[in-house]
Design a protein around this ligand. Structure first.
Ligand SMILES: NC(=O)c1ccc[n+]([C@@H]2O[C@H](COP(=O)([O-])OP(=O)(O)OC[C@H]3O[C@@H](n4cnc5c(N)ncnc54)[C@H](O)[C@@H]3O)[C@@H](O)[C@H]2O)c1
Length: 251
């Protein structure tokens, strides 16, 4: 897998899947822009990458703010002269696990703003740059919840189905522009986001594992492997696809 000197932006890379992806790209000698709403956590990831001999820099970006995404891409291109790979990973869950009739306005607006509108902003602006330079690769982090129904989770489900739809629709438009766009759909994966779900009750972990044929949660590094593969030439005839990494849950 050759990712040597590729210029890669990863949103939400201060933690979990995004951080693991940033570190894996760096081990392949990519130039990694570690972007997160939380600059402190992004800088920590950068420090770890640099300590291991990799190339990385941190940029604070709230993906719900169009101007901040504009700045992220502008600074990256000013510094590196191009943008090879955009990994749209930033995402949040709702605060409450409630049925649709009780789904809160707050959860709806917050989750859609980050998971759906944020991906739209990042795709729109990355694509403008990639069309200009004549190539590019976008990987969106959707979810198993973007392929299958999931209860008590309406805004998250809506946002992740939207990410899958945006991935496919944009891939259709940009195939002839030498730009590939794919998504990964993780199942339950160890991270701060999963911890939030597990905190609902003490037996939540065991309950969830009953739905996973492989009997365990995924690791962020396992999702990162698929993202890096999609960003590499090893997957060069794949576009508009979703890769499900869920230990068999979707079965
Ligand atoms: N962990 C899972 O089980 C799981 C399963 C399926 C999909 N996903 C998806 O994976 C992605 C990463 O989640 P994770 O599990 O690593 O969670 P995480 O909470 O560990 O990481 C999410 C990161 O996004 C950042 N973030 C939040 N709001 C932001 C904003 N407005 N702008 C920029 N950054 C922001 C956070 O600061 C955090 O660093 C999300 O899109 C999530 O929906 C996770």
């Amino acid at each position: 897998m050759n990712l040597d000197t590729k210029v890669v932006i990863i949103t939400g890379a201060g933690s979990g899947i995004g951080a693991a992806t940033a570190k894996l790209f760096a081990t392949h000698n990519a130039n990694v822009i570690v972007s997160d709403i939380n600059l402190e956590s992004a800088q920590k990831v950068v420090d770890e990458i640099i300590a291991e001999g990799g190339n990385a820099s941190a940029i604070k970006t709230d993906v719900t703010q169009f101007e901040e995404v504009e700045t992220l891409i502008k600074k990256t291109v000013e510094h590196h002269d191009r943008l090879d790979v955009m990994v749209n990973n930033a995402g949040i869950g709702g605060k409450n696990q409630l049925r649709t009739a009780d789904h809160t306005h707050e959860d709806w607006h917050n989750v859609i703003a980050v998971n759906q509108t944020g991906v739209f902003y990042c795709m729109k602006l990355a694509l403008q740059r990639m069309v200009k330079q004549g190539n590019g690769n976008i990987i969106n982090v959707a979810s198993l919840a973007g392929l299958k129904a999931s209860g008590n989770n309406l805004s998250y489900s809506a946002s992740k189905f939207a990410v899958v739809g945006m991935t496919k629709s944009a891939a259709l438009e940009y195939g002839r522009k030498n730009i590939r766009i794919n998504a990964v759909c993780p199942g339950f994966t160890n991270s701060a986001l999963l911890d939030q779900l597990l905190s609902v009750s003490s037996d939540m972990g065991d309950k969830l594992k009953r739905f996973i044929p492989m009997g365990r949660f995924g690791e962020a590094t396992e999702i990162a492997e698929a993202i890096c593969w999609l960003a590499s030439e090893n997957s060069k005839f794949i576009t508009g696809q979703t890769i499900t990494l869920d230990g068999g849950t979707s079965l």
